[in-house]
Structures are given as structure tokens and as C-alpha cells.
Write a protein that binds this ligand. Structure first.
Ligand code: PLP
Length: 355
């Protein structure tokens, strides 16, 4: 057959996710930790990997790592589930709480994956936009969920790509106002030094997403996890692929999680570098730099797409959001090493001076 019948009609409108990860000298586009896992840990990882029985299926639920994460947070394993990156768990919430006839509440500008997963699973999306300063319109969100038709909500704290945390008081108010499942995506919480985890035991409708991809230098490994009430975790287990987290990833993440204290100093450095970069950006005419509690900063400047290109021509890759809804003339810059941040800033300054 030299022809194939068409895929399901919804796919006709989908453009595959493109992280625009182009070759560059300075990678400041994907919010990764700029440093690889420290050498001593990589040594330990190599030893652990060589002991993995590659011919055997992995533990489907990764219980060794699951126990470690649960215990470190005063929980038992039934409050935790691992995923193939946080991304798998974002897909799984749409599979388990979305679907035809069901509705997600989204608070844009937000991580585009939320809406893409809703669309793929036939879930309706209700958007309650953030304000001009990218704060959550708290009353509008509460009013909207109070109508009773929302099945799940995803809120990002700190938000990607805008940077700020949401208040714990608001999260609690939201959890009281609805029985919808409320996911707080805390992919960047290590850089904000705060989490809504203390609310977990009181609210069965709370789910909290964390990942090894950002602070813990494992974007290449694909490991994320959620905290939620055991009844919620059971529903996530029903929709997951049984072996989504492979044995090698489990072994690597166990070493990193056991040694997570080693990363604290780097996290502190990234936080300090973020605050320094914000201050320096604010000294430039025509650059608006938004507050950030994450490992990136969002800037707004005239002609952002041209500036993106000029930065890229000089080897500096940042993320261009200038054509995304609500993010006109915005670029997102990940915090790199002090050297990379200096190169980014000097290059930007030079480009702006030449205009
Ligand atoms: C990076 C990120 C994630 C998770 O990424 P994974 O690499 O799949 O763990 C989740 N949410 C947001 C907002 C992110 O930026």
C-alpha cells in the first residue's frame, strides 16, 4: 500500500513540540542546571549502572527511590509516584482527570504542555489569564472554579516562563473552593525555596509535581514525581505505562537523591546569580525584567525577535517567546554559570548599544 488512512482528526491541528534547542556556545534556553552532576557522583552512578540487570524489567513503580523520596518528606510510598520526567505525569493527569466531556482550568501564560495534553485527550480548556504583571487573578480563578464544572487545575509555582511563585494562602483558598484536582507544578521550587507540601495532608485534591531535571542536573535522565493522597496516586497508577521509568534512570536518580545535599551550594549560587542578573538587566534602558523566584528571568524589550537572532549569531541561545500569546517582545533567559551570565549580559548590552 502506498497510502495510509488518516490519523485521528484532532492531530491535524497539532504542531509537534519543538524546544528550539539549536547548537550554541552558551545554552540559556532550557532552564537546565548549567553544571553536570559532580564528578564524584558520576563515578558512583557508573558503578550503580554497571550493577543493573539490563535483561530484567525494572521495578514498575521504582519503590526504592519512591521510599527514599517519601521518607525524606515524612510520608509513605503510597503518597508518591514516579514518572518519565515530570512531563509524563503532566500527560497522566490529563488521562486520569481529563478526557471528553471534562474540563481543565489553565492560567496562562503557562507551560504550553498543559494545553497540548488537554487537547490530545479531548479535554476542554478554560483559560483564566494572569494579570499584566503575570500575577494570578486570584478572585477570577476562585470564581471560575466555583461554577463547579472544572475537573482539574494546573498552576505553576514558580511559573514558567514568567518566574514568580503563587502564595500559599491562595493555594489553600483554591483547595477549599473546589473539589477539582489541583496540581501545583513545582518544577522550579528548589530555586524559590518554598513548597506547598505542608498543605498535602489536609487536602485530598492537591497534587504537587517535582522533577530531577532542573536543580538536580538530570534533564537528560527523565525523572519526575508527584506527591498526592494515596487515592489520587492510585488513579495515576491506573493510567501510567507500567515500565515508564527505566532501571538505569532509577539507579541514577537514587544516587542523586541520596546525595542531594551536594547540590545546595550550586542552587544558592544560581539564586544569587539570578538576583544579580535581574539587577544588571534593570540598569539597561528599554529592558523590563520581571521578578523571578526560579532559575530563569523573563525580559521584555522592543524588537525581541531580532535581538534573539543577534544573541544567537553571537553564540548565546535564549528562548524566544515574543510571538506567544501575552508574551509579546519577551525572551526567557536561563541562569547559567557566572561566566555564561556575564557573556549573555555583555552581549545583550553591546547589541542594545548598537541600535
Ligand atoms: C521543566 C518543567 C517540567 C518538568 O520537566 P521534565 O524534564 O519532564 O521533568 C514541568 N513543568 C514545568 C513548568 C517545567 O518547566
Amino acid at each position: 500500500m502506498d497510502t495510509v488512512r488518516s490519523s485521528q482528526p484532532r492531530l491535524a491541528n497539532i504542531v509537534p513540540y519543538d524546544p528550539k534547542y539549536l547548537p550554541a556556545d552558551e545554552y540559556l534556553s532550557a532552564n537546565e542546571n548549567p553544571r553536570n552532576v559532580p564528578e564524584a557522583l558520576r563515578q558512583e552512578i557508573s558503578e550503580e549502572i554497571s550493577a543493573v540487570a539490563l535483561n530484567r524489567y525494572p521495578d514498575p513503580l521504582g519503590n526504592e527511590l519512591r521510599d527514599m523520596i517519601a521518607q525524606a518528606n515524612g510520608l509513605t510510598r503510597d503518597w508518591v509516584i514516579l514518572g518519565n520526567g515530570g512531563d509524563e505525569l503532566l500527560f497522566n493527569i490529563a488521562l486520569a482527570w481529563g478526557g471528553p466531556g471534562r474540563t481543565m482550568l489553565n492560567v496562562p501564560p503557562a507551560f504550553s504542555v498543559y494545553e497540548a495534553n488537554a487537547y490530545l485527550t479531548g479535554t476542554d480548556v478554560v483559560n483564566v489569564a494572569r494579570t499584566d504583571t503575570f500575577d494570578v487573578d486570584e478572585d477570577a480563578v476562585i470564581n471560575r472554579v466555583s461554577q463547579g464544572d472544572i475537573d482539574y487545575v494546573i498552576l505553576t509555582s514558580p511559573n514558567n516562563p514568567t518566574g514568580k511563585v503563587i502564595s500559599e494562602d491562595f493555594v489553600e483558598r483554591l483547595l477549599e473552593a473546589t473539589d477539582a484536582l489541583v496540581m501545583i507544578d513545582e518544577a522550579y521550587s528548589e530555586f524559590s525555596r518554598c513548597t506547598v507540601l505542608p498543605l498535602l495532608k489536609k487536602h485530598k485534591n492537591l497534587v504537587i509535581l517535582h522533577t530531577f531535571s532542573k536543580a538536580y542536573s538530570l534533564a537528560g535522565v527523565r525523572l519526575g514525581y508527584i506527591f498526592a493522597h494515596p487515592e489520587v496516586i492510585t488513579e495515576f497508577i491506573k493510567v501510567r505505562q507500567p515500565y515508564s521509568v527505566d532501571a538505569v534512570s532509577q539507579a541514577i536518580a537514587c544516587v542523586v537523591y541520596r546525595n542531594r545535599a551536594v547540590f545546595e551550594q550550586e542552587i544558592d549560587e544560581i539564586i544569587a546569580e539570578r538576583d544579580l542578573l535581574l539587577e544588571r538587566l534593570r540598569s539597561l534602558d528599554g529592558v523590563e525584567a520581571f521578578d523571578s523566584d526560579a532559575n530563569f528571568v523573563l525580559v521584555r524589550l522592543e524588537g525581541a525577535d531580532e535581538i534573539w537572532q543577534k544573541l544567537y549569531d553571537k553564540g548565546v541561545l535564549v528562548r524566544d517567546f515574543s510571538h506567544a500569546p501575552m508574551l509579546e517582545n519577551c525572551l526567557r533567559v536561563s541562569i547559567g554559570t557566572p561566566e555564561e551570565n556575564r557573556i549573555f549580559f555583555d552581549t545583550l548590552k553591546e547589541i542594545l548599544q548598537q541600535r
